[in-house]
Structure formats: C-alpha cells, structure tokens
Design a protein around this ligand. Structure first.
Ligand code: PHE
Ligand code: FE
Length: 293
C-alpha cells in the first residue's frame, strides 16, 4: 500500500493492501489497546504540535498537485476532511461522513488482518491508522499511516457510488476468504481503490488512494509516457501482479464509478475459477485484447 513509488517507496512496501498483517516484520503501532475487531481510540490528545505541523505539510504538498490530476469527486471532498492544518478528529469527521453516505472512520493501530479489514468495510467502517509518519519519512513511509489512510481514502467515501463499492468490496472479501480467492480480490483493490484512474471529459484523472497520497506517483500515473494505461477489465485485473516497490507498470482506467460498481456486482465464484485457469500475468504484460489509452 509503495523508490520510485513514493506511496510504495512507500507505504505498502512488502505488504499488500488487503493482506494486512502478513508482512515479514511486525506491523508498526500499539496493538495492546485494540478491541477484538482491531479498532481502538484515536487518542487525539497524544498527537504533538510536530505531528500536526507534519500533517499540514503533507496536506499542502498533495493538495497543491490535485488540479488537473485528481478526479473532481476527490477534489471536491478533500475539504470535508476538516482543517488542513491539523490531524482531523475521527469522531467529528465521522459525523460529516455519516451524514453524506452512512460511513464512519474508526481508528486502528496499523495494518490489521484481512478478515478484520473486510468485516469493517462490510459494516461501512473505514479503518484509519492512528500514527503519523516521522518527519524523515515525509516522502517515504513503509506502512500506511494516518495521512495515507485519511487523505488518500476518505474523500471518495463521501461519494455515494464509491462508498457502496467499498462496502461491497468488504462483503466480497469475506466471501473470497471462504473461497481462498483473496489474492485475486487483492489485485482488484490494488488496481482500483489504491491505483485506479478514471477517464473524464477533461482527460485521465486519478481516484486511487495510493496515487493521491503519493508525492511522485500522482503526476507519473496520469502524465508519464512510461506506464501502460488499460481499460478496466475485471478478469484481466485479477490476473495481473502488481508492484509494491516501484511505480505501477500498468494502470487500469474506469469510465465512471457506476461502471466500477456494476462490473463488480456479479457473483465472483465462477470468475475466480476462470481467473485461476487463465493464469497469472506480470505487471507489465501486454495482451492482444487490451484496450489502451
Ligand atoms: N460481486 C463480488 C462477489 O460476488 C463481491 C464484490 C463486489 C467484490 C465489489 C469486490 C467489489 O464476490
Ligand atoms: Fe490504502
């Protein structure tokens, strides 16, 4: 959730976004205060003035590059996060979010096991890491922190269609766990929720949180001639490996959040079987059927 990839140089190095808790080192964060569902108190009072100042700098850097690169739905909702000069209080943010789409944000110590993650999403509760990166991690943090989770993910939870997609994803995750298909579903999360692009009349724009919270990948994903940008194709995505330690080699482009919601509504059981039979593809692979941008 990943130098070249700041997010990745980044945030999810070595840890796939929904295979929470399976990294090769213990996750950062204090798990002793967490409840059985992995949620905990935000403990807002424990943030220091330096934490708030760092959050403000991160917010400033990312906000400055949104015009022309982020989708309009995201840009419009950023102000809903609260004052840009301090880490938001989750309870206040949750009240605004709940009024908009019925979602809330809940604090977690850090990465959590995937089943716990899916369950929270299915209940329209978005887990946000409590801790903030250190100043020396301004461009690079190894796991998702409060800035990535909030700034990257929460604005689109104010969009009704995307909000429903996230809940469906959580329910789908619980089902995929039973079917042992989490690897396929994790790729869908990666190429949509974390690194998705959307085609708009004004051109391609980013909606993925990994891109939108990254210092460098936002520009790269939308403007660089290097990566390939392919039309959204559910089964193609489920077959495609992703990069966790560099910028993505491939991005997938949706036409609308409605398209994303509708394309993922069918029962995935037969789809997982087909995807398993079709075989895995490298992150930069080309297929004759690819629709290129
Ligand atoms: N339709 C999927 C299933 O039946 C669930 C899902 C929805 C998964 C949306 C991801 C996103 O398994
Ligand atoms: Fe993320």
């Amino acid at each position: 959730m990943p130098a070249s990839n700041d997010f990745h140089s980044g945030i999810n190095q070595g840890v796939a976004p929904v295979t929470y808790g399976q990294g090769d080192r213990p996750p950062r964060g204090d798990y002793s205060r967490a409840a059985a569902d992995y949620t905990c108190e935000q403990d807002w009072a424990s943030y220091t003035a330096e934490d708030h100042a760092l959050y403000r700098r991160l917010h400033e850097r990312q906000s400055a590059q949104l015009p022309g690169l982020a989708c309009a739905e995201f840009i419009e909702a950023v102000s809903q996060l609260g004052e840009p000069d301090r880490i938001p209080r989750f309870d206040q943010l949750s009240r605004r979010l709940h009024r908009a789409t019925g979602w809330e944000v809940v604090a977690v110590p850090g990465l959590i096991p995937e089943e716990a993650f899916f369950k929270l999403l299915a209940d329209r509760r978005f887990p946000v890491t409590g801790w903030l990166r250190r100043p020396e991690e301004f461009d690079y943090v190894v796991e998702p922190d409060v800035f990535h989770d909030l700034f990257g993910h929460v604005p689109l939870l104010f969009n009704p269609v995307f909000a429903d997609y996230m809940q469906a994803y959580g329910a789908g995750g619980l089902k995929a766990s039973r079917l042992e298909a989490c690897e396929y579903l994790a790729r869908l999360y990666w190429y949509t929720v974390e690194f998705g692009l959307i085609a708009t009349p004004a051109g391609l724009r980013a909606y993925g949180a990994g891109i939108l919270s990254s210092a460098g990948e936002l520009r790269h994903s939308v403007l660089s001639p290097e990566p390939q940008r392919l039309g959204f194709d559910l089964e193609r995505i489920m077959r495609t490996r992703y990069k966790i330690d560099t910028y993505q080699a491939s991005y997938f482009v949706i036409d609308s959040f409605d398209q994303l919601f509708e394309a993922t509504a069918p029962d995935f059981t037969p789809i997982y079987r087909r995807v398993g039979d079709a075989g895995v593809l490298e992150a930069d692979s080309h297929l004759p059927g690819d629709r290129r941008y």
